[in-house]
Design a protein around this ligand. Sequence first.
Ligand SMILES: [Mn+2]
Length: 289
Amino acid sequence: MMKKQPQFPNYFADAESDYSKAKYVIFGVPYDKTSSFRYGSKEGPDSIRHASWNFESFDLLTKIDFSKLPVHDYGNIDGISQLKPKDMIKKVNDFSKMVLQDSKIPIGIGGEHSVTSGIIKSIPSDTFVVIFDAHLDYRQSYEQDIYNHACTIKRISDIIPHENIVILGVRSAEKNEYENAKKDNVSFIESSKIIKEGMLSTIKDIKKQIGQQQIYLSIDIDVIDPAYAPGTGTPEPFGLNPYEICIAFDILKDNLIGFDVMEVNPLFDHGQSSMLAAKYIRYGIEIMK
Ligand SMILES: [Mn+2]
């Protein structure tokens, strides 16, 4: 008989701070209603929390003990999974507005990528937004819904001016979508270019362009090669290497006002995508402190 797996608390490991004392607020958005290829990302937040208990509280990468940092895990936003995308976005927006008004840093875990537009609506509109995504997601509408996750970056660009957005690691787009993004001067860097030229020089160039502006970072886990992160809704070959995201964190950390990790779908792997997402959350918080 197989031994029963040990149980762990249902919050992010070592996030022991109360909301009132916390500087970082982790919150989950278990939502996958518009997923176009396969559902399951609503299981992402809890799966990432579970994976987080794998790690030592001391992180050899940063030499920081995560349990000493003022991190609160709010849990999942309630009553969200059956909402229409528009109402989900509103609820996420209200929540992250509260976090920002309380001078705390929102750390979102998804859930599908459309969740990110709700967070972006709550940040100052002169914030620079750096997005990691295999997909351009620049459709005006998809399946009769302008809030479909295939339209995420288009929706973000309704809020944030094009010159303040960059998408990294792109390797999939429909022809029209690609041409519209080109026409609108949306700045995106394909994964092939990053692989050839290296993340460090790519992200340093972007940082130069950003200057001292505040930065919001959104990570769609599908930007990582499916060999490392197969647990996602729409996997796409020829992706980034997991550590490359840490390099981006290193260069952008001083200006970060929040970040998210979206599109983890634990139904399609053996836990490795959730593990990676949990590591990014830890690393991002440790490096910002
Ligand atoms: Mn994507």
